[in-house]
Every structure is written in C-alpha cells, then in structure tokens.
Design a protein around this ligand. Sequence first.
Ligand code: EPZ
Length: 432
Amino acid sequence: MDKYVIRGGKPLYGEVEISGAKNAAVAIIPASLMVDGVCRIENIPDISDTDKLLTILTHLGAKVRTINKNTVEIDCTAARRTGAPFDLMRKIRASYYLIGSMLGRFGSAKTTMPGGCNFGVRPIDQHIKGMTALGAEVNVSGGFIYADARGGRLKGAKIYLDKVSVGATINVMLAATLAEGQSIIENAAREPHIVDLANFLNSMGADIRGAGTDTIKVNGVDRLHGGSYSLIPDQIEAGTYMAAVAATGGSILVKNVIPKHLDCISAKLREMGVTVEEGDDAVLVSRTGKLKRTNIKTLPYPGFPTDMQPQISTVLCLAEGTSVVTEGVWDNRYKYVNELRKMGAQIHVDGKTAIIEGVGALTGAPVAACDLRAGAAMVIAGLCAEGVTEVEDVHYIERGYQDIVGKLRALGADIVYICEKDETPRTGAAAI
Ligand code: EPZ
C-alpha cells in the first residue's frame, strides 16, 4: 500500500493555502444533478472523494468539463436516473446525497448504502424520516436504498430531525428544493458546509432561508437554472494545519480561511498556549513555549468539530498534564489511539472519553491511517515525533486533503509519499 515517510522533529514555518471544503463539495456536486443547465463550480478540492462523485455523475449522463484542477463545469441537462456505478457509490458516504437530488430531479432514486469512514454505527434513519415526510416511499434492501415519490412530485412538509445530523439536513434540503410547497427542517445542523450548499442552490434559483440556524425553510421551486459558484474554504483542513504547527512548534500563516469558522479550534489552541492571530482571510498560528493541557468535548457546529478530534488529541499527547477529550458525536472515534500508543502516547479510552497523559515526546514508528481524520492525526504525530514514522493506508488521507505532502514540505516538513508499486518518493505538487 502507498505510504508517507516522515522524519519528525522539525518546526513548521511558512504559508499554507487552504483548499475548498470537502464536505461542501461532496454535497454541492450531487446537488448539481437538479440543475437544468450548466453549473460552474470553483474552489473544488482536488481529492479522491470529489473525483469519485464527478465520475458517478458522468455515469448518470452528466457532462463534466474540467476547467482546471479546482474548477469544473457540470451540465446535467441530459442526466438520467439509470446507470449509477454502484461499486463506486459504495466507496463514499456522500453518494447518499444522490437520494435527495435524484428524488428532486426524477421523482425516484436508487443508491447504495453509504460507505465512508468507519467509526461506529452510521444510521440513516433521519434521512429516511425526512424523505418519507416529503411523500416518498423509501425502502432499504440488499444494500440498496430505493426512494420513490410514487409517480408525483414531493410535497413540502415540516420535519423535526430527532438528531442533529449534517447528512440528513443536507439530504432533506436537496429533496425539498424542487418539492411542491414549503418545507421546514427543524433541529437542523448548522455547519458551514450546510450554509454553502444553501447558497449554491439559491444561486441556481432555489428559495432556501435559515441555513446556519436550527430551522431551515425551503420554498419549493419548479426548476433550477445554471450559474457559477465558488466553495468556502475547508474548516477542517485549516484546523489540521493549525494543530500540526501546535504539535511541531514554529509559525505558519494559514491562508484562504474564514476565521469565524475556526473560532472553536482557535479558542482551544489558545488555551493550550498556542498563539492564534486572525486576519480577514488568514490566521497566523505560532507555538514557541510549552503546550498546556485542556479538556475538549466535540459537538455539532459551532461546537468543537468532531472531525478535529483525532488531530487535537494528538497535540494533547505533548501537553504538560492530563487532558480529557469527550467525543460527543460518534460512538467510536478512537481507533487511532492504538496507533498513537505505538509512538509512546499515554491515552486511556473509556467509551466516548479519552484521558490523555502528556509525554515529553512521541517516537517515530510504523503506523496506519484508520480513517480520514485519524490518518491526518498520524501525520501530525509523525511530524512532531523523534525519528522516522511510516504512515500506511494513506488513501484515506488522500480522500480529504489536497496535496498534503506538497503543502507540508513547503512548510519545511521532511515528508515523502512512497508509491508502493514503484517505490519512488514523491514530494507533491506544492513543493515543485
Ligand atoms: C458528516 O457526516 C461528515 N461527512 C463527517 O465528516 C462529520 O463527522 C459529521 O458530518 C459530523 O459533523 C460528510 O459531510 C461527508 P451526521 P454525517 O449525520 O452526515 C447520527 C469527515 O471527516 N445520525 O451529522 O454522516 C450519527 O450516528 C467526515 O470529513 C443518526 O442517528 O454525520 C451521528 O452520531 C467523517 N441518524 C450523528 O447523528 C441519521 O440518520 C451525526 O451524524 C444520521 C445521523
């Protein structure tokens, strides 16, 4: 398998440009299926999840024109409900957004049960509740999800989500966009990527209000027209680089961010003794002194993001004293702890809580990425460890981080990408 080889102990200095938000891109690309015309989408991150979704749309008859590595034009005018590549759909979680967009566009949908990172049970009951409330008949069988508006058009409804769910909020918003009448989504998730999707849909002629609050109103429209849209920067990619310099020491300028989206991450890093200075669209993150312990509980936005939990826990391994991290969103998001223990981390996990005893330093070792953000945590551990760390299964990391090797090398990290089949070290685009 491909791997990263990291020689740790080097502080990071320089500038890093944050790419477009993965979790906005994986919602907006399926949403383009509902547009009767050409969507030009800019600032799409160049990652494997977006590649897969664009390929899926192509199989559904969409015309995808690549303008550059971060810009595409998608024309779904001739798209059809048949032809979905189910094997490809099983590989990514976001393929289930096609339920909402295909129901909205065609009145029926067949998708696979979603894939994605495996950290405990990832039910879809709230998605089904929402689609059913809009008048669809939804069945799950044989690993597939079937949804049908029973020959008619979905009808607007009031939907209360029993759990704050990013995916269910997005899927119901998609299905409601072309439904007849008004839908109200209550107890909606408020993540920045939900606002980005609503803004994309509204720029194509939808009528969605309240995204970013816990109540979203969708007035159904008859069609969506083409247009252009640029994605927001990735809050979690930015947070990952902020955590990296907190772990290694040094000073980096994280550019192309929306500082407001990073409020909780910045606040926690400041508690840990890290300096975070905010500009209009950048943050300067520096750490020269000792790291301090703190306690963190992950929560839906605007709380501390669960997708930053593995990364910040890795930094806390180096803090003086004992820190407590509580995972408030997922049932089991600590699989990476066993990998960190191979590097000398002192972490005790009890259910959703991790007790982290600070150690003087981590020691390089062969480790593996268990999922996307766990993989990012392994990279951070390797960057600050003494000696050499090899991170296996980096395909997880490549799902969500554009050119992470190149970006880190440009910050002074000693990291190379070893492609197993030809063993040639690669240094990424940004470094060239
Ligand atoms: C999205 O997953 C993200 N993925 C995840 O990021 C992120 O961890 C998560 O939101 C929370 O922010 C994408 O956007 C592609 P949820 P999603 O529905 O939508 C429960 C990453 O690293 N739930 O908000 O699947 C669920 O079990 C990935 O980029 C139900 O009970 O998450 C969980 O406990 C990993 N029933 C909680 O809600 C449902 O029908 C939040 O899940 C749906 C969810």
